[in-house]
Each structure stands twice: as C-alpha cells, then as structure tokens.
Ligand binder design. Structure first.
Ligand code: 13P
Length: 340
C-alpha cells in the first residue's frame, strides 16, 4: 500500500513536469514503417543506421530542453546508442529531457468492422513495460485512431479502443510509467468541424469512462488528443480562432479537471498552423483551463528539419536550427506568446 502511494506521487510529479514551464513533448517514435515512408519521400536510405543518425541529430540539438520536457522514442531507438555509445534514453536524461516510449504495436484492421482499426499490444505488455522502465523510460504512449466516415467511428470501434487505452494506462501506472493516452480522430476526409467536435467528444467521453472503470488515476496521466478541425477536404476551413474555441469547448465538456496536462498531436497540420492554433487556445481561454494545454508534436516539429537534413550529415547544423526553432515556437504557443 505504502509502495503504491509513493509510486503514485512519482507519477503525478512526472506528469506535472511533462507540461511545466511552457514545455511540451517531442514525438520521435515513428515505427520503422512510418519512418521509412517519411525518409523515402526525400530519398533518404531506409536503414536502422539512418534512423539512428536522424534521431541522434534530434537529441543533440543544442538548447532543445528549453522547450521540450520529454521525448517519445520507438523500440528500435531505445535499444540504440548515440555516437558516443550512450544509449538514447540516457542521453535524453543527461540533456534534461524525460525519456518516453511508444508501447502500442500499431492500429490493425478490426474484425467485423470494415474500414475501422483497433490498436494492438496488450498481450505481454506488463513485461515490456518493466523492461522499458529498467531502460530509463518514465512515460509511455499508446495511440488509437478513429476515421470519420459515413457511419464511422462505430460504437464498437470506439469502445474497443477506449477499453484497450484504459487497460494500457493501468498497466503503465503499475509499472511506474506515466501513460500518455492518445485517442486520435483523424483529419483526413471532408467532414465539418462540427462533426469532428461531435466525434471527438464521443471518443473522449468513452475513453474517460473506461479509464475510470479500469481505476486509472487521472492525476498520473497525460491526454494526447487531436485538435478539433474540419476535414482536410472540407470546403469550409474555419479560422485559427474558431478552431481554438471549438477545441477548448470540446475538451472542457469531456476531460476531467484532475488530468494535469493535455498535449495535442499535430496529425498532419503544418508546423505554423499547429503553433498558431495552440497559441490561440492559450490566449483566448487560459483562465478557464483546468489543465495545461501543450503539445506532443511529431511532424509539426520535425518536418522542416527532416527536409533540410535530407540524409546528408553536412546538413546537421541547419537541420538542428530548424528543429530548435519549431520547438521554441511551440513553447511560445503553450504560453500564449507565439507570433508567426
Ligand atoms: P504527429 O504530431 O506527427 O501527429 O505525431 C504525433 C504522434 O505521436 C502520433 O502518434
């Protein structure tokens, strides 16, 4: 019992630290498949060594910890070493960045629900979490995806994914890792902003119902949702302010105040738009927010740096400058001080 209590205090302290001081998370946890897809776009070799070189560039960015509190690694990376033979998790910690790890095994086709996906990875998760904790990880991430279509996401798909997220979160807390709970409503499609808001609210309500049922302590977790956006091919594209208002309204209706931090995924938005929208939420609504509203961006922080790097080590310094810049913009957005 005492042990459990101390564990929870550590979890709460870590969760708070992840969103303190205007900082946010950096997602560099692309699976091998996703990383290769992004590298292929720029003709970068798709090998474990080029993944390692790219992640080394990111972790070695001077001043990164001014804006980034924690970084999410992928299984391949947490088992790799920096050029100086220091393992990645240790290198992050030495730079003042909390190491995290993606632990889901991907969103797979859901049986009996054509076109919908359920995230896998619960079997054997307790042992995997123990190993990651031993390797230095202090938080974990699990992503569920929901596509908006004619009749989707279905009740069955939402419930199955919410249940898995809650089972994962409970196992994380048992292992002393802060769960980053990521239900992502995708922005692909022609749906309206109102539809995204309705679906996001339905998903979040279901996720928190399951988290409660599985006895997850909300003070010791972080929520990583999508922003409420119109589909990319929707003819009406709302302003930055309208997106900010819709997103904050949706979260206020569905996310309990005990959660210390809400960190958005970027989901394919440009770096500038993601920063501007997060900034508008904090400028317009700061006084009504019970949780920190921050970021856990992958593409919105990395994209310019990846393009500049292009797989060429001669470009490391300008690529790091671009990465540093986007991270700094996002810290400003968390503080409501961003200007493009
Ligand atoms: P994006 O910000 O590129 O959506 O990535 C965040 C993430 O971690 C997705 O799981």
């Amino acid at each position: 019992m005492e042990c459990h209590k101390v564990n929870m205090q550590t979890l709460e302290a870590t969760a708070k630290m992840m969103v303190a001081d205007g900082k946010g998370l950096l997602a560099i946890d692309e699976s091998t498949e996703t990383c290769n897809k992004r590298f292929a776009k720029w003709g970068i070799p798709q090998t474990a060594e080029s993944h390692r070189l790219y992640r080394e560039l990111i972790v070695n960015t001077p001043g990164l910890s001014e804006s980034i509190s924690g970084a999410i690694l992928y299984d391949e990376t947490i088992r790799q070493e920096m050029n100086d033979r220091i393992p990645f998790a240790e290198a992050l910690a030495a730079r003042g960045i909390i190491p995290g790890i993606k632990v889901d095994l991907g969103a797979k086709e859901m049986a009996a629900f054509p076109g919908e996906k359920v995230t896998e990875g619960l079997d054997g998760l307790r042992a995997r979490l123990a190993e990651y904790a031993q390797m230095g990880a202090r938080f974990a991430k699990w992503r569920a995806v929901f596509a908006i279509g004619d009749r989707t996401p279905s009740h069955g798909c939402v419930e199955a994914n919410a249940h898995a997220l809650a089972r994962y979160a409970a196992l994380c807390q048992e292992a002393g890792l802060v769960p980053v709970v990521e239900p992502e409503v995708l922005m692909e499609g022609s749906h309206t902003l109102d539809m995204c808001s309705e679906v996001t609210e339905r998903v979040l309500r279901s996720v928190f119902r399951e988290l409660y049922a599985q006895r997850v302590k909300l003070e010791g977790m972080i929520l990583k949702p999508n922003m409420v956006l119109p589909g990319v091919t929707c003819p009406v594209q709302e302003s930055v302010e309208e997106v900010a208002d819709a997103t904050v309204g949706c979260l206020l209706r569905s996310v309990p105040a005990a959660v210390p931090g809400v960190v958005f995924l970027s989901g394919g938005q440009s770096g500038e738009l993601a920063s501007a929208r997060l900034n508008a939420m904090n400028v317009r609504h700061k006084s009504r927010l019970p949780w920190e509203l921050s970021f856990s961006f992958g593409r919105a922080i990395q994209e310019p740096a990846l393009e500049i790097w292009h797989g060429n080590q001669a470009n490391v310094i300008p690529a790091q400058k671009a990465l540093y810049h986007r991270a700094k913009c996002d810290r400003a957005a968390h503080r409501g001080e961003y200007s493009a």
